[in-house]
Design a protein around this ligand. Structure first.
Ligand SMILES: [Zn+2]
Length: 371
C-alpha cells in the first residue's frame, strides 16, 4: 500500500496579499443571472464529462478524523481569519446555471475539511487554508511539511492534530516550494528561537529564498493586482459571486510569516534521515514553482508530490503573471516520480484533498492530476 500526497494550493500569495483580502467584499446587487449562452455552455459541460463518477468524493473523505466547527479560525480581536461557513450554499447537488458544473464539483470536493489520517504516522489537515499541512510522526517528534499561508490557520491546524494525537514537539519543517501559502504560517508551527537554537531544522529546495522573494516582493505589486482577477477574493461567496479557487476555497486572512531555511536540498535526489524517518527528496525546479521538491517516505510508502499533481491546470500557467511553467519539464518529473516510488506502490495516493489509487488511476490516466 502506498500513498500519494500533494498540496493543493500553489499560487504565490503575496506578502501584503492577506491585507487586501480584509477589504469588505463588494456588493453583489449587480450580479446577473446566467445569460442563455452561459446556460448552454454549462449544460454542455454537464453532458460531456462523467459526473456520475463519485470516486473523488470517496477519496476526499477517506481517513477523516475530526474538524473544527465550520472550519472557523479566529485571529486577534475575534477577527475571522478563515471560515467554511460561507460555502454552505454549495451543498446542493446540481450546479446553478451561473456556475460551470466542473467548478461546482471541484468546490464541493474542496469543502471537506479537517484532520485526516493518510497512513500510519502520516496525517494531513485540509481545508483550513487554501493549502494543506502534512504531519509525519518521527521517532521523538513531528516533521511538518508545509505551513499554510497564515500563522493563525497553521496554529489551528496543529492544535486540531494535537486534540487527537500525542503532543510531541516539532523537530523539523519542510517547505516543499517557494510559494507563500506553503511557508507563510510557519510561525504558527514553530518559533524562530527554536530554529535559531537548533532545536528545529527547516528544509527547503535549493534557491528557495531568492525565488520566494522574487515572486512575492520584487514583482509583488503586479502579481497581487492580477491575483485579484484570478481568484476573485473580493467577491462575496455565492452562486453569482465567489465559488472556489480550484485548488482550494480562497486564501486565509491572517498573519504572514517566514523563517529562513536551515538546510537546503541541493542534489536532484537526496536521501536524508530526519529523527528516524527516511525521506527521499527529489528536486523538481521549474515545474509548479521555480524552486520545488517532492518527497518519498520509503518506510511508509508515502509519496508527497508537493503541487505537481493537483486537480487543476496548475502546472501550465497562472493568469496572475507568475512565471510560466514548463509543461514538458513537469511531465518529465512525473515520469521520474514513477521510478523510485510507484514501483513499490500497490495502493493509494492522496492527490490534493483526496486519496486516490496510485497505480490504477494515475498510470492509466496520467492527465487526471491536472484536469
Ligand atoms: Zn505552489
Amino acid at each position: 500500500m502506498a500513498i500519494w500526497i500533494s498540496h493543493r494550493a500553489s499560487f504565490a500569495i503575496l506578502l501584503a496579499g492577506a491585507a487586501c483580502l480584509m477589504i469588505a467584499p463588494s456588493a453583489s446587487a449587480q450580479a446577473n443571472d446566467a445569460e442563455p449562452a452561459t446556460r448552454q455552455a454549462n449544460a454542455e459541460v454537464l453532458r460531456s464529462l462523467p459526473f456520475a463518477d463519485r470516486a473523488d468524493f470517496d477519496d476526499a473523505q477517506r481517513g477523516f478524523i475530526a474538524s473544527l466547527p465550520d472550519g472557523l479560525v479566529l485571529g486577534d480581536g475575534q477577527r475571522v481569519v478563515w471560515s467554511m461557513k460561507p460555502y454552505a450554499f454549495q451543498q446542493q447537488a446540481a450546479a446553478p446555471a451561473t456556475v460551470n458544473p466542473s467548478l461546482w464539483r471541484q468546490a464541493q470536493l474542496d469543502n471537506f475539511h479537517g484532520l485526516f489520517k493518510v497512513a500510519d504516522r502520516v496525517y494531513q489537515v485540509r481545508g483550513l487554508d487554501d493549502s494543506n499541512i502534512t504531519i509525519v510522526e518521527s521517532d521523538t517528534g513531528l516533521i511538518v511539511i508545509d505551513a499554510l499561508l497564515s500563522a493563525e490557520t497553521a496554529r489551528a491546524a496543529m492544535e486540531l492534530y494535537y486534540q487527537h494525537r500525542p503532543r510531541k514537539p516539532v523537530v523539523a519543517v519542510v517547505f516543499t516550494h517557494a510559494h507563500a501559502d506553503h511557508f507563510g504560517g510557519v510561525k504558527g508551527v514553530v518559533s524562530e528561537n527554536d530554529v535559531r537554537a537548533g532545536r528545529v531544522k527547516i528544509f527547503a529546495p535549493d534557491h528557495f529564498t531568492e525565488h520566494a522573494v522574487t515572486e512575492s516582493i520584487i514583482v509583488g505589486n503586479a502579481i497581487r493586482r492580477r491575483g485579484m482577477y484570478q481568484f476573485g477574493p473580493l467577491l462575496p461567496p455565492g452562486e453569482r459571486g465567489q465559488i472556489d479557487a480550484g485548488h482550494g476555497k480562497t486564501v486565509s486572512r491572517g498573519t504572514f510569516t517566514l523563517i529562513a531555511p536551515t538546510d537546503l536540498i541541493k542534489d536532484s535526489y537526496e536521501l536524508r534521515r530526519i529523527d528516524g524517518v527516511d525521506i527521499e527528496f527529489h528536486l523538481v525546479p521549474g515545474s509548479e514553482a521555480p524552486a520545488e521538491m517532492t518527497l518519498y517516505f520509503p518506510q511508509f510508502k508515502v509519496l508527497d508530490m508537493a503541487e505537481d499533481t493537483n486537480h487543476t491546470m496548475h502546472n501550465l500557467y497562472t493568469i496572475r503573471g507568475a512565471e510560466v511553467r514548463d509543461a514538458r519539464l513537469w511531465s518529465s518529473y512525473l515520469g521520474e516520480a514513477l521510478q523510485p516510488s510507484i514501483r513499490s506502490c500497490s495502493g493509494k495516493r492522496p492527490s490534493r484533498t483526496p486519496l486516490r489509487p496510485a497505480r490504477s488511476r494515475w498510470k492509466e490516466t496520467p492527465a487526471s492530476s491536472a484536469s
